[in-house]
Write a protein of this length. Structure first.
Length: 466
C-alpha cells in the first residue's frame, strides 16, 4: 500500500470523529458580538479549539487576548533543522444565523440531511478547523504520533496553527496582535483555510480576494415627520430621497456605477458559466442577473455595491407620514488593483454629490480592508497543486473570491516572502452566511487528505526551489 493510500484510509476512518467534533463545535453560538450572543459562547469555542489542537501534540497552545476583546487560539510544533514553517489559519467565530425559525433544522445543532451536514459554521469556518485537525490526525495515525515534534507526525516542516475569534466581525483583533508580535505568525507558507472549491469535486485555490468597505449614509429633509395627506406631494420625503440616492449606485443593468471608480475590469482565470451561477445562487426563474460582462468579471474583477440594511418604518405599524430622516448601510466590494480607502473616498463623494432635492446627506465611514492577489508561482502552490491532484484525481484550478479576508494583507505586509495559499471546504452549495449553511462531508474528507499530503510534500518543493 502506498503512503498516499495509507493517508487516504486514515482520513476516511477519521470522518465519524470529524462529524462528532464538528457537532460539538457548531453547538457553540460563537457570534463575536455580545449584543447578540453571550461572550461565553465564543470563549467556550476558543477553549474547545485549543484543547483539540493540544490533544494532537501541538505545543505552547494558548489563547491570545487580541485588542478587539476576542481570543485567538495559537499552537506550534517545531520542525527539523533547516525545514520550512507552515502556518495553518482558520476562524471559529461565525455569522449570526439570521432568522432561526427559517432554518430547516436548528442552526447550532449539526444535522445530517441529504448527505450534507447542516449548521451555522459547518463550512465557514468550523468545517475548515476540522479540515486542519483531521489532516494532522491522519498524519499522526500513519506516522505514529507527534512525540518528537512535527517530525513525529510525519511532517518535514515546522508547524504553526492560529484560529481567529473575530474574522466575521472584521474588527481586526488578530491583525493588530500580529503587528505587535510579528515573530509569532512568521512562516514560509500560510494555508488560509477559509475558502473552497469552485464547484464540488473541482480542486481549487483562490488566487484573489476583493477588498471591502462600508459606509452609513443618512438623509434628512424635514424638521420632523408630517401627515402624508396634508403635506405629501410637496414635502420632500427622506425615505424616497434615500431610495433615489441609492439608485444612483447602479445603472439600468444593475452594474455598479460609483463615480470615479472603474468597473470594466476582466477576470483571466477560470470562467463561471451563467447557468452554473444561477443554480449556485438560487436565482428565481425569470429573474435576470445584474451587471454586464462575464459572471467571473462581475464577481472577482469589478467593484460591487450592496445595500445591507435600511432604517425606516416597518410595514406593520407604519403611519401615514412623510419621513423626515432615513438611513442605510452600504457595502462596497473592491477588486484587486484598487485601494479600499480610495474606493471608499469615491463612494463617499458620490453619495454626497448625488442627493436629490438638496436633501442633507451625512456619510459615516466604516472600516476598510484592501483586496488581495496571491503569487501563485512558488513552491507552496506547486505542492498544493500536487496534493489536490492526488486527493481529487483532477488538476487544481485558480478562481477568485468576491469576499474578503483582511488578515491576508496583514500577513503579506509582515512576511513579504511567505506564500499564502487559500483553500477550504466552502464550495458554492455550502450557503455560507445564509440560511441552512452546510458542508459536504466528501469535500471535508478530500480537503483533509489534500492538506495532509501538502504538509508531507511541501518541504521537498521548498528545498528544490531554493
Amino acid at each position: 500500500m502506498t503512503p498516499q493510500q495509507n493517508l487516504a484510509d486514515a482520513v476516511r476512518e477519521l470522518m465519524p470523529r470529524a462529524r462528532a467534533d464538528l457537532a460539538d463545535l457548531v453547538a457553540f453560538a460563537s457570534v463575536a458580538d455580545p449584543r447578540q450572543y453571550p461572550v461565553e459562547e465564543c470563549e467556550g469555542a476558543a477553549r474547545w479549539v485549543a484543547d483539540a489542537f493540544a490533544a494532537e501534540g501541538l505545543r505552547d497552545v494558548r489563547l491570545l487576548d487580541t485588542p478587539d476583546g476576542t481570543q485567538s487560539v495559537y499552537g506550534e510544533l517545531p520542525g527539523p533543522e533547516g525545514a520550512p514553517t507552515v502556518l495553518l489559519y482558520s476562524h471559529y467565530d461565525v455569522q449570526p444565523p439570521l432568522d432561526e425559525a427559517a432554518w430547516t433544522s436548528p442552526p447550532f445543532t449539526l444535522t445530517e440531511r441529504g448527505g450534507r451536514w447542516y449548521g451555522r459554521g459547518a463550512a465557514d469556518c468550523k468545517g475548515n478547523v476540522l479540515m486542519h485537525l483531521t489532516a494532522l490526525r491522519a498524519l499522526r495515525a500513519v506516522h505514529g504520533g507527534a512525540g518528537d515534534g512535527a517530525a513525529g507526525a510525519g511532517l518535514p516542516v515546522g508547524l504553526k496553527v492560529v484560529v481567529e475569534g473575530s474574522e466575521e466581525r472584521g474588527t481586526g483583533g488578530l491583525e493588530r496582535y500580529a503587528e505587535a508580535h510579528p515573530e509569532l505568525l512568521a512562516a514560509d507558507a500560510v494555508v488560509i483555510g477559509d475558502t473552497g472549491n469552485f464547484a464540488p469535486g473541482l480542486p481549487t485555490a483562490t488566487a484573489s480576494l476583493r477588498g471591502s468597505t462600508t459606509v452609513e449614509v443618512s438623509v434628512s429633509t424635514l424638521a420632523g415627520n408630517l401627515h402624508s395627506g396634508q403635506f405629501g406631494g410637496a414635502a420632500p420625503d427622506a425615505l424616497t430621497a434615500l431610495v433615489r440616492l441609492l439608485g444612483t449606485l447602479h445603472d439600468e443593468h444593475g452594474a455598479t456605477t460609483v463615480a470615479g471608480l472603474a468597473a470594466d475590469q476582466r477576470w483571466d482565470g477560470v470562467a463561471y458559466p451563467e447557468e452554473q451561477f444561477r443554480a449556485d445562487a438560487g436565482v428565481l426563474d425569470g429573474v435576470g442577473l445584474v451587471g454586464t460582462g462575464e459572471v467571473a468579471d462581475r464577481l472577482w474583477a469589478r467593484p460591487s455595491v450592496t445595500v445591507l440594511g435600511i432604517d425606516c418604518p416597518p410595514v406593520v405599524g407604519a403611519t401615514a407620514s412623510v419621513q423626515a430622516r432615513a438611513r442605510a448601510l452600504v457595502s462596497l466590494r473592491v477588486p484587486p488593483g484598487v485601494g479600499a480607502r480610495a474606493a471608499q473616498d469615491a463612494l463617499v463623494a458620490h453619495l454626497e454629490a448625488a442627493a436629490p432635492w438638496g436633501a442633507r446627506v451625512e456619510v459615516v465611514r466604516g472600516g476598510t480592508g484592501d483586496p488581495f492577489r496571491a503569487d501563485t508561482g512558488g513552491p507552496a502552490y506547486a505542492a498544493m497543486g500536487t496534493a489536490l491532484r492526488e486527493a481529487y484525481g483532477r488538476e487544481m484550478v485558480l478562481a477568485g473570491e468576491g469576499g474578503s479576508i483582511p488578515l491576508c494583507n496583514t500577513l503579506r505586509r509582515l512576511y513579504p516572502r511567505a506564500e499564502l495559499v487559500l483553500v477550504g471546504v466552502e464550495e458554492p452549495l455550502t450557503a455560507i452566511h445564509g440560511i441552512d449553511e452546510s458542508v459536504d462531508p466528501v469535500e471535508l474528507e478530500r480537503m483533509s487528505l489534500a492538506e495532509a499530503l501538502f504538509l508531507r510534500g511541501y518541504a521537498a518543493a521548498w528545498h528544490a526551489a531554493r
